[in-house]
Ligand binder design. Structure first.
Ligand code: ZN
Length: 156
């Protein structure tokens, strides 16, 4: 890091501390040439996440949209909004941690379904039926029996 006073290219870090919920690191530096001190901030680059929809159009990730979709599935179910917000948060964080710039709406939907499965069965089935847009009753029943078999597997 170049010294802002003498342009010397080298400095030593004398103190560093996280600020802003650990998203930024503040470093106090000292120029090894002139000895003056200055501060730098290191910030995690926030990459906007894009969602590629089934018709190949792209839109920016909208956590409210995702949350609303889940809320509809959870209507009259004993599910806390906080639980759903946490799911959205988790999905978004895990994508960001993988440095993903885009995600397909299919993958997003699958992740939500996975998460809902453990929160509320009815909500899961509702979400799956809207999301997968089952063409007929039999493909829906297939999904449902797969789900039921999965659960049997978990219990035994
Ligand atoms: Zn200097």
């Amino acid at each position: 890091m170049k010294c802002p006073y003498c342009q010397y290219p080298d400095s030593k870090v004398i103190d560093s501390r996280p600020t802003d919920e650990d998203r930024t690191i503040r470093r106090r530096r000292e120029c090894v040439s002139c000895g003056k001190r200055f501060t730098t901030y290191e910030r995690l680059e926030e990459v906007p996440l894009m969602v590629v929809k089934k018709d190949k159009t792209v839109e920016s990730f909208d956590r409210n949209k995702l949350l609303n979709g889940m809320l509809r599935s959870c209507e009259k179910r004993p599910v806390q909004v906080e639980e759903l917000e946490e799911i959205v948060e988790d999905i978004e964080k895990s994508l960001q941690n993988d440095f993903r710039r885009q995600v397909t709406s299919t993958e997003l939907g699958n992740r939500v379904m996975e998460a809902l499965k453990s929160v509320d069965e009815v909500a899961y089935v509702r979400f799956a039926s809207v999301y997968r847009q089952f063409k007929d009753v039999s493909s829906f029943m297939d999904e449902l029996s797969k789900f039921i078999n999965d659960r049997k597997g978990e219990k035994s």
